[in-house]
Design a protein around this ligand. Structure first.
Ligand SMILES: [Fe+2]
Length: 187
């Protein structure tokens, strides 16, 4: 699409609302847990990713670690946001306090998702297992389980734009995990 072509906000708006609505229908069947509908939710996100110039349609927002970020949709149980990162940018394993789908809109990203194996009873201790480890390209979607398994790590292989869909707002404080040392810090 030519950069000077105006974005059709109506079609973006409809696509965003349709995606959010359909994800809610799945979540309503599983008490808010996306994992029984992993494939279906990923497909709904993939459909939204086909919209051109999505990032420009969003509301710009501050971000903890992205070069630029925007919000496409928010309600108290679901958020759809986007973020731009540069090649080489590494976000070590961290959580968000809610399940999270990471999707690639443009570029390439190395993604790792983790499950927490310990019971959380020892403060600042966490034993993580790699649940997923792959290179993601446009249209790829990876989904975490709900907390305490909402842990992921990304390494930007190229400059990229990612979409994040999460089951609620981002927590203001996150755990950052040292997987090898089996510990975490809170920031
Ligand atoms: Fe994250």
């Amino acid at each position: 699409m030519d950069i000077n072509t105006p974005i059709s906000l109506h079609s973006v708006s409809e696509a965003v609302r349709t995606c959010a609505h359909q994800i809610h229908l799945y979540l309503a069947q599983s008490d808010g847990d996306p994992t029984p509908f992993r494939k279906e939710i990923a497909e709904k996100i993939r459909e939204l990713l086909r919209q051109p110039r999505l990032f420009e349609a969003g509301q710009k927002r501050p971000s903890a670690h992205a070069d630029a970020a925007c919000m496409l949709y928010f309600d108290p149980c679901l958020m759809i946001a986007m973020a731009k990162s540069h090649a080489g940018q590494h976000e070590s394993a961290h959580n968000h306090g809610a399940w999270l789908a990471t999707a690639v809109y443009e570029g390439e990203v190395q993604y790792r998702g983790f499950e927490r194996m310990d019971d959380g009873s020892r403060e600042l201790h966490a034993d993580l297992r790699v649940a997923e480890d792959r290179i993601m390209r446009p249209g790829d979607v990876a989904l975490t389980a709900p907390p305490p398994h909402d842990i992921h790590e990304t390494l930007s292989i190229t400059d990229n734009t990612m979409m994040v869909v999460t089951g609620g707002n981002f927590a203001t404080r996150r755990n950052y995990y040292d997987v090898g040392k089996k510990c975490y810090s809170v920031r």
